[in-house]
Design a protein around this ligand. Structure first.
Ligand code: DGP
Length: 113
């Protein structure tokens, strides 16, 4: 786990924790793109969605279910929110430890850039 998220998981870099269980950690993004911007990462290191296999299907579902939980914890479950998983270069992925963005707290534009 050589990425910055590996360092966060090992406690080598601090984070503003929003939620944690045995499988995932959720924390505020350091460069928020919306009033609420949380990242959900698996504790297991998977580089990105494209590296996930059928053996990760339960984990992927758990990450999605965690997004709903995070939205409620952050008080944006009623106003609405967006979940985004950037994958690869054209997808805009910059940290190669799979993560789901949860964004909300303002109306979000569409389509994304
Ligand atoms: P992506 O571009 O989809 O790979 O998103 C990576 C996100 O990670 C980006 O929104 C900024 C965030 N990020 C990068 N380094 C750190 C860090 O050290 N702490 C926190 N909390 N977030 C980080």
């Amino acid at each position: 786990m050589t990425t910055v998220f590996g360092k966060i998981l090992r406690g080598e870099i601090p984070c503003k924790k929003v939620y944690e269980d045995d499988t995932v950690l959720a924390f505020d993004d350091v460069a928020p793109m919306a009033p609420v911007h949380v990242l959900i990462i698996p504790k297991q290191a998977i580089a990105g969605l494209n590296d996930a296999t059928t053996s990760h299907e339960a984990l992927l579902g758990h990450i999605m279910a965690t997004a709903k939980k995070v939205a409620a914890l952050k008080g944006i479950d009623k106003s609405g929110y967006r979940v985004v998983m950037n994958s690869g270069a054209d997808g805009g992925q910059s940290v190669f430890h799979m993560h789901l963005h949860v964004l909300g707290g303002r109306p979000l534009g569409w389509p994304p850039g």
